[in-house]
Design a protein around this ligand. Structure first.
Ligand code: ADP
Ligand code: MG
Length: 296
């Protein structure tokens, strides 16, 4: 039976299972990811939320091919992120994923213009000059910063810098865009604009987007939000638009717990506290649901 069982997240674009990343600093071990599961379908836009230190940047660095996991499984398209050769890693980072790092400044080069920065990854990939020129113009236009193509980062606002950074990440037409708190340093209005630009990239260019954010207003705009707690996927919120009797539309958000392949579920703290659930609980299978009771 095991042989015919489909691989976890087989059809998905991104599939992480029981992902572990341990940082060793001297005698101290930090478990940044402790068995994280994540499946992202092609064409999706997913928000990742979680407290500071919960492992969000670690996850994105691994997906970006910048950092390597300690154990578990991580696959993006055909690439196994645990067993990639050095040459494959370079190819992967150049063509499969675009990465916008957490600090805006680390994405840009102070003495280059926006156009030159978008040109750089294409030059590295050996793209002909005419194609590079056209594509840089198109990308900067698509992100609403075409008129600033000749400016250096210092001559751009924070929101404009972020749009340029997104254009740079998309230069080699990756299928996946990873953005780590792209709106973290921006005010509310600018942050909404940048997030709108990410949604355009997802919808118009068909790029699968994984965006880390701590902004609930922002995460409320995507169909799926994945919450990470202590280096594990703890819950997911799915949103869909429903039409009311009067014809108006509203968004329904439903929260789900996430179960891993071994059947483990994290019961939210407030549920545990409300019923004083501790180490042992009683499970009972009912016709269409399962109950969990305190061990009394
Ligand atoms: P988040 O992005 O959710 O704030 P991170 O992924 O940056 O969380 O960090 C998760 C945990 O791993 C934190 O405890 C952090 O201190 C630790 N960590 C991250 N990067 C390193 C590193 N390079 N060396 C040691 N510890 C690290
Ligand atoms: Mg982070």
């Amino acid at each position: 039976m095991a042989a015919s069982e489909p691989e976890f997240g087989d059809q998905a674009l991104i599939a992480c299972e029981s992902l572990v990343r341990i940082y060793q600093t001297g005698p101290v071990e930090i478990q940044a990811l402790q068995g994280l599961d994540l499946v992202v379908e092609r064409g999706e836009m997913v928000a990742v939320v979680g407290a500071s230190g919960s492992g969000k940047s670690t996850l994105l660095s691994i997906l970006a091919g910048v950092d390597a996991p300690t154990a578990g499984r991580a696959r993006v398209e055909k690439w196994n992120l645990l067993s990639m050769s050095r040459a494959d890693r370079v190819r992967y980072r150049r063509h499969t994923v675009g990465f916008v790092r957490q600090q805006t400044a680390s994405n840009l080069i102070p003495y280059l213009t926006a156009r030159q920065m978008v040109d750089l990854p294409m030059t590295a990939a050996g793209t002909p000059k005419a194609v590079r020129r056209q594509r840089a113009g198109e990308l900067l236009d698509a992100l609403g910063v075409g008129q600033y193509a000749g400016r250096t980062p210092g001559q751009l606002s924070g929101g404009q810098q972020m749009r340029v950074a997104i254009a740079v990440a998309l230069a080699n037409q990756p299928h996946v865009l990873l953005a780590d708190e792209p709106t973290g340093e921006l005010d509310t209005a600018t942050s909404a604009e940048v997030f709108g630009a990410l949604r355009d990239v997802n919808r118009d260019l068909g790029v699968t987007v994984v965006v880390v954010t701590h902004d609930p207003a922002v995460s409320g705009q995507v169909e799926r939000t994945v919450a990470i707690r202590d280096g594990r996927t703890s819950s997911e919120v799915l949103r869909r638009t429903a039409t009311a009797d009067d014809g108006g539309t509203h968004v329904i958000a439903e929260e789900y717990a996430v179960m891993d392949r071994a059947g483990r579920i994290q019961v939210p703290r407030d549920y545990r506290e409300a019923l004083a659930l501790t180490r042992r609980v009683r499970l009972a299978l009912e016709p269409d649901h399962i109950t969990i009771r305190p061990d009394a």
